[in-house]
Design a protein around this ligand. Sequence first.
Ligand SMILES: O=C[C@H](O)[C@H](O)[C@H](O)COP(=O)(O)O
Length: 227
Amino acid sequence: MKAGDGSAEAKRRAGHAAAEAVEDGTIVGLGTGSTAAYAIEAIGRAVENGLDVHGVATSAESAQLARECGIALTTLAAVDGVDLAIDGADQVADGDLIKGGGAAHTREKLIDAAADRFLVVVDDSKLTETLSWPIPVAVLQGAESVVADRLRDLGGEPTLREAERKDGPVVTDDGHLVIDCDFGEVDDPEELATALSAIPGVVEHGLFVDLADEIYVGSADGVDVLR
Ligand SMILES: O=C[C@H](O)[C@H](O)[C@H](O)COP(=O)(O)O
């Protein structure tokens, strides 16, 4: 499940601009998805030219790309902190995000929230007035039907995410299932985020409230940075 239909050029611009914020000797959170991939590739080119960084990957996908790009990897457990994280988003409204279109939001939130500075990279198709994209909710295996009932109690329409080119549901890098829950327009993201986090069996949800420090928005004209 993927959001938006932004141009590759707009994504590339956002990813490359954010990668310029990476400083020598730092620990960098490496986001997941097609836009974050442009940032990872740009960091990789900087590493080839002598930049010394260690990456903390938010998914198997970003770890693989980082290795291909020559970026040394470490883990959250092995470092004192993350200096900067660069990650994509499926929808952005008033600085809040919906993430998890690639089912990576659990590790993404852990690493993005741990970073001193969290840069979001999106193309301009992701910007909206009010968040309304179905919210990805990672759940423990076996908890999907009780969590779905609780999501309906909150006014949502839950759908278990089905895998492509595999029978059955999507299983995340950490072995969880994903329910995409449509709440329509989310007027109070913080209230909904708190309610989702309180459901037993929910591992993590894709509402990222008040976490982003800067949002790099790529478009046909260039890059705007929203703070
Ligand atoms: O789980 C996936 C992540 O949250 C991605 O960062 C998000 O889906 C955006 O991906 P893309 O840049 O490919 O639209």
